[in-house]
Design a protein. Sequence first.
Length: 53
Amino acid sequence: MDNADRAGRNTARWNGKLNRKALKPGSYRLVATARTRAGVRGAAKTKAFRVRR
């Protein structure tokens, strides 16, 4: 997933699919890393989430 965001807090919508396939019910972790246009990476942030159906 790639988002063009501004400095500070941002949100992103996601359709629940990974490689065009819906995730199966269960617990997952998202790891997000910010990167500047120059390619400098920030600290990774992890967020747990659950898919229910």
